[in-house]
Design a protein around this ligand. Structure first.
Ligand code: GLU
Length: 490
């Protein structure tokens, strides 16, 4: 199997899913290999750093590359820009066998041909089996003229002789039987005038030479497949088996384009998921289910388990909707599986980045235990748990609406009660029973005191168990915060 991205930008989630399915399929077969091939023949679209971003993204997800630019292997090099000789050799072979030809036409000449044909009623004129006969190429020019031009260094492209009328058929492992008519195809350019191969030539030559057995790629490449099949036929090579993955759809309908994703707050590039502190296991699990399922109602699987479960016949044909809530659900699951101690370690660099000074480890671990079930992502622990690390310096505005006329009085009574507790009895259960005493004595509902107390201690209207939080904060801190709140809010 190969993952064959073009380094024209950072790896987006669609690309990452393609990589994942290739990886899972390779690993679901004994001896299967996962190859990374960098398709960098389009120099004008090359983006500095993109290759490294692809490699980093795969590594972050735990997909180990068996062969690639850095790993090496028997069928390298693994960057197409380093395989130029091969493409020239195979293009030349097709010319020698009469299956391809040199075309010397300038862009202007081709445009003129198209204009002429459009005027005579052909809406989409092609450089094809019919029109090639009146163009400037090695099929129409005398042999010595062709040689003269080549010697001269005249610009040319190499084109494939696409048959005039042929139905090209293949079995797609996801879509089933697919057929295309060759009539709608141009004589494909194989080698461009700058000497670079086109995607089609390089892709076919490499898949063959790299012994790729199955090509799994996005649906957008389906229309390239007939061109590839023709090339395999021309070379007399057996084509790999093909599988085209369903599109990733936006929750609001239509393809999940970059713009749509941004509108819906869905990160597009893998890099953003890394930066936003998603759990890699969650993204992997989620992406695996974006177009595939194991056929039972199980949902949680590690990368390793997915390798055993994956099969192409359970990939759906229809578009797969990107449900961000589901991703967060996965994220919560994997976050909760981590130990509090491990999370505490992970929080260090994130806190540093946010300029938050964390308390000592023992305290932090206990705070994490209280907070963990209430957040979706690890970095949210710092926002929700802010009050564990700092006294609140302001009070949440929405929560303040719950600070009523009688709040100060109730909070004061409660403060009186708990201030008498010895330090070692400043415990969640006791703190709770004191709250019950106060509300009973005043004949008011639970929330009448609970809410103002939460605001005073945490500055927020929601958060982890208040009494357990107060126990962890300790008597001195809690009383101090209550006093500050009474002072500021009354
Ligand atoms: N280089 C193509 C891409 O960027 C590869 C398509 C294929 O897998 O054949 O997706």
């Amino acid at each position: 199997m190969r993952f064959a991205p073009s380094p024209t930008g950072f790896l987006h989630i669609g690309g990452l899913r393609t990589a994942l399915y290739n990886y899972l399929f390779a690993k679901s077969h004994t001896g299967g290999k996962f190859i990374l091939r960098i398709e960098d023949t389009d120099q004008s679209r090359y983006v500095e750093g993109a290759e490294q971003d692809i490699i980093d993204s795969l590594e972050w997800c735990g997909m180990e590359i068996d062969e690639g630019p850095n790993e090496g292997g028997d069928v390298g090099p693994y960057r197409q820009s380093e395989r130029q000789d091969l493409y020239h050799k195979y293009a030349k072979q097709l010319i020698d066998e009469g299956k391809a030809y040199y075309a010397f036409d300038t862009t202007d000449e081709i445009d003129q041909m198209r204009e002429r044909l459009k005027k005579s009623g052909n809406p989409s004129p092609k450089y094809d089996a019919v029109t090639r006969q009146s163009m400037i190429n090695s099929l129409t020019l005398p042999q010595d003229e062709v040689e003269k031009r080549l010697k001269n260094g005249d610009e040319y492209v190499i084109r494939l002789k696409v048959p005039r009328r042929e139905t090209i058929r293949f079995e797609d492992l996801i879509r089933g039987h697919v057929s295309f008519e060759s009539k709608g195809l141009d004589d494909q350019v194989l080698l461009k005038s700058d000497g670079m191969p086109t995607y089609h030539l390089a892709n076919v030559v490499d898949d063959h030479l790299m012994n790729i057995s199955h090509v799994i790629r996005g649906e957008e490449w389906l229309s390239s497949t007939p061109k590839h099949i023709l090339l395999y036929q021309a070379f007399g090579w057996e084509a790999p088996k093909m599988a085209h993955l369903p599109l990733i759809m936006s929750p609001s309908g239509g393809k999940l384009s970059k713009r749509k994703a941004e509108e819906e707050g869905i990160p597009v590039n893998t890099k953003e998921y890394i930066k936003q502190h998603y759990e890699p296991e969650a993204l992997v699990n989620f992406l695996a289910y974006l177009g595939w399922s194991p056929g039972d109602d199980s949902e949680i699987h590690s990368l390793n388990e997915l390798c055993h479960l994956f099969s192409l016949d359970r990939v759906s044909k229809g578009g797969a909707v990107f449900n961000h809530k589901k991703l967060l659900w996965y994220n919560e699951h994997y976050l909760r599986e981590e130990t509090d101690k491990a999370i505490a370690e992970r929080l260090q660099p994130i806190a540093k980045e946010k300029g938050i000074e964390l308390p000592e480890e023992e305290f932090l671990i206990q705070a994490i235990a209280l907070l963990k079930d209430r957040v979706s992502k690890v970095d949210e622990l710092l926002d929700m748990g802010r009050f564990f690390f700092d006294d609140p310096d302001e009070y949440d505005e929405k929560a303040l609406k719950k600070w009523k006329d009688d709040s100060a009085d109730l909070v004061t009574q409660y403060r009186e009660n708990i201030s008498r507790l010895p330090d070692n009895e400043f415990e969640a259960a006791t703190l709770k029973s004191h709250l019950e005493d106060v509300i009973n004595a005043n004949n008011v509902g639970f929330g009448k005191l609970m809410m103002p107390l939460r605001i005073a201690v945490t500055g927020q209207g929601f958060g982890p168990d208040l009494f357990a939080s107060m126990e962890l904060l300790g008597k001195e801190t809690v009383l101090k915060r209550i006093d500050t709140a009474l002072d500021k809010l009354d």
